[in-house]
Design a protein around this ligand. Structure first.
Ligand SMILES: C[S@@+](CC[C@H](N)C(=O)[O-])C[C@H]1O[C@@H](n2cnc3c(N)ncnc32)[C@H](O)[C@@H]1O
Length: 205
């Protein structure tokens, strides 16, 4: 078995804590640094399966918390008792999903760990990731509450500066971050937007 597929420290720890995927530790590190998920504010999780980020958000929000999650694939988690999980299986960019997302919003935090199916060709894959992220930013613009936060995964090596500029125009603060749990050979990074203002920031002051 190659190292890539051997369960590592993070995978084993995730299982112990009831999470289906090691990716939870990426969000945990982001949350520790920036406290993007806030109690009492609903969360949207884009590209949520198998469900580690969703479960993490539900646990932070506690009883009465709301997470809306969408993925092409099913979730393998169960919401903790008293927490509200609204899940739709399907493409997040369809008009049916738009109605579903609107029902759960506006959101205090939009999470996107969504990734395109990869081809192995870095140029192709970074372009696919760029297109996906730009569409996630459209969703964030539409569904975030003022002051809301964003985490979005990007494959590095393409036009991530353009993505950063767009996030900068929409939020008070933007950060680029590679969590420790990202495998060293991976091209993924995360961008964080804090304090959603929307494009018409001057009009809101
Ligand atoms: C790395 S996984 C997410 C892992 C998740 N954060 C967790 O911790 O369990 C990326 C997911 O993005 C989903 N995805 C990609 N494009 C999508 C789309 N257009 N609509 C819904 N889900 C999508 C994939 O199906 C995949 O399950």
């Amino acid at each position: 078995m190659s190292n890539r597929f051997r369960p590592d420290h993070y995978t084993l720890k995730a299982r112990k804590m009831g999470y289906p995927a090691r990716s939870v530790f990426k969000l945990e590190e982001i949350q520790k640094k920036w406290s993007l998920i806030k109690r009492g504010k609903p969360v949207l999780d884009v590209g949520a399966a198998p469900g580690s980020w969703t479960l993490f958000a539900l646990r932070i929000l506690g009883k009465g918390g709301h997470v809306t999650a969408v993925d092409l694939k099913p979730l393998t988690i169960k919401a903790p008792s008293g927490a509200n999980l609204h899940f739709r299986q399907g493409d997040v960019f369809t008009s049916e999903s738009a109605v579903f997302l609107a029902e759960g919003g506006p959101y205090g935090c939009v999470l996107s760990d969504a990734a395109p199916a990869t081809s192995g060709n870095r140029l192709v894959d970074t372009r696919k990731s760029y297109n996906l992220v730009m569409r996630v930013l459209d969703l964030a613009e539409e569904h975030l509450a003022p002051g809301g936060n964003l985490v979005v995964k990007i494959f590095q090596g393409g036009d991530e500066n353009e993505i950063r500029d767009r996030i900068k125009a929409l939020f008070q603060e933007v950060k680029t971050f590679k969590p420790k749990a990202v495998r060293s050979e991976s091209m993924e990074i995360y961008m964080i937007g804090k304090g959603f203002t929307g494009l018409n920031r001057e009009n809101q002051l």
